[in-house]
Design a protein around this ligand. Sequence first.
Ligand code: S3P
Length: 457
Amino acid sequence: MTGVIDNIDDNDLIFIASPGGSLCGEVRVPGDKSISHRAIMLGALAEGETVIDGFLDGEDALATLNAFRAMGVRIDGPEQGRVVVHGVGMQGLKPPQAPLDLGNAGTAMRLMAGLMAAQPFAVTLTGDQSLSRRPMNRVVAPLRAMGANIDTAPGGRPPLVIHGGARLRGIDYSLPVASAQVQSCLLLAGLFAEGETITTALGVVRDHTSRMLRGFGYPVSVSGDYNTTVAVKGRGKLTATHIIVPGDVSSAAFFMVAASIAPGSEIRLNHVGMNPTRCGVVEILKMMGADITVENEALAGGEPVADLVVRSARLKGITIPLRLVPVAIDEFPVLFVAAACAEGQTVLTGASELRVKESDRIQAMADGLQALGVAAQPLADGMIVNGSGREGAPVFAGAQINSHGDHRIAMAFAVAALRARDEIHILDCANVATSFPDFVGLASRAGMRIVVEGKCK
Ligand code: S3P
């Protein structure tokens, strides 16, 4: 695929992924993004020094870290994955001098909206172009019901202008979407509210906030079918702790699919977070026939971890059970790549949330897969992918793909190259650094063939 790159922005980063290759060796993926964000937030509000090991040194988690520095919290690191947060206590944050720029990080904006709504000072939360398009009413509406005073741009988009000094009251809230970000936002606001804040999600969502609150000594009550009701009483305190951040299962997912679809692969993924509210991707891949062995299961800082050994396998298409959608929500871009290599049809429904992630992931993946010659049909709330079933043989044509600045779309198409006939050129890849700063280095050492063109941010 030479000579296909035209009209490219000077600041763009392009992945050129060459066809073929197989994966072998051992990989330790970077720290979990969701846990890294939360560790900074709770560490900042705790009394004492919180040591975080395995922190994700990626742009999203660093945006959260810098936001708390801007509010007067001393934070050392990251240095070789270690961050030390000198907590200021529940009432110790200081007004920042400028709006807090959270870059691409939706988790930072939604969770911090809850914390900032309870502060005595005003704060403005802003983000990049992608974050500025994302819906915030899902957090703003219930926060207003708690007494918060927040303005948004038209359509409930960022920036969020949060007027300080509100006295928050606990609410009993049923989330209209199964979102951990909304649930966590309200729990964090609830720490400062009068009375109890009760949140009920529509399905199982990631539970890092309640696990970590407990780790900081804050009582949390969890109940309901499948533990979807989580409640906190306000005005308690957090006590500093030691957090060990597991490898991000969402980053490991790229290697799980890569090793599954590339013939002759065997890879070991060490110290991967295996929280049951996160690892739907493992269950889905196993249903598709993947060869994944889970070894050395352990608990690290209140979170389950394990090593995964993944070997190439003959995959088959499946209908993805609805219960697995929220617990694999970030992994669908790369799961669609697995589906394209499988025999038969894979059907995903119940995943309309994919349309409001860092990009519209249903459209971005459907467009890219079609450009690569795959019969992929986007649905309002999912996708139908007709797999090639050609065991080990190339499935994808070469093409130029737009990742729309979405880290997970970029990495998913880099994985597809393992079964391509020609080069895949992936545009707008700089945001891979938000969640997986050395993706190209790790992937190349494991056997993928990716080179980067263009300037870094
Ligand atoms: C996250 C929750 C999920 C996920 C996101 C991180 C979190 O979003 O997609 O990448 O850390 O709480 P939703 O809450 O919107 O489902």
